[in-house]
Design a protein around this ligand. Structure first.
Ligand code: HEC
Length: 106
């Protein structure tokens, strides 16, 4: 009885741990539809105001979002300010999931 309880806790721990380490494309898609598609489009290719984010490499994608979050990329432009606000709502797991999802749209 005691031993099985330990296994159960370990299994639950592994489940909670997993999303941080393995990018989840389905979660990235859900987040993209909810938070990014309004500006970057359903296909991620952007429009006159928002850039194409599908053409970025996974690394460029993650770096861009991290720079919006850290303030490294932060100019007074109205549209960029909106992007900065969006980026600040994302967790590290969100960014990894979104990066993996947008790679699938290439
Ligand atoms: C309000 C409109 C808007 C929303 C919503 C939005 N973005 Fe953006 N995004 C922009 C604009 C505008 C830029 C260009 C900013 C600049 O001038 O650097 C941009 C830039 C980016 C870039 C950098 C592109 C490059 O070429 O360097 C990435 C990556 C990005 N957005 C991802 C996302 C993701 C992921 C989401 C959803 C969580 C999102 N954006 C939501 C408007 C938006």
């Amino acid at each position: 009885m005691k031993l099985s309880k330990v296994w159960l806790l370990m299994a639950a721990g592994a489940l909670a741990w997993a999303p941080v380490h393995a990018a989840d494309v389905a979660a990235g898609k859900a987040k993209a539809e909810e938070a990014c598609a309004d500006c970057h489009g359903d296909d991620g290719k952007g429009d006159d105001e928002s850039p194409d984010i599908v053409k970025l490499t996974q690394k460029e994608f993650v770096t861009a979002l991290q720079e919006f979050q850290s303030g490294k990329r932060n100019e007074p432009g109205k549209m960029q300010q909106k992007m900065v606000r969006e980026a600040k709502k994302l967790s590290a797991a969100d960014i990894a999931n979104l990066a993996a999802y947008y790679q699938t749209l290439k």
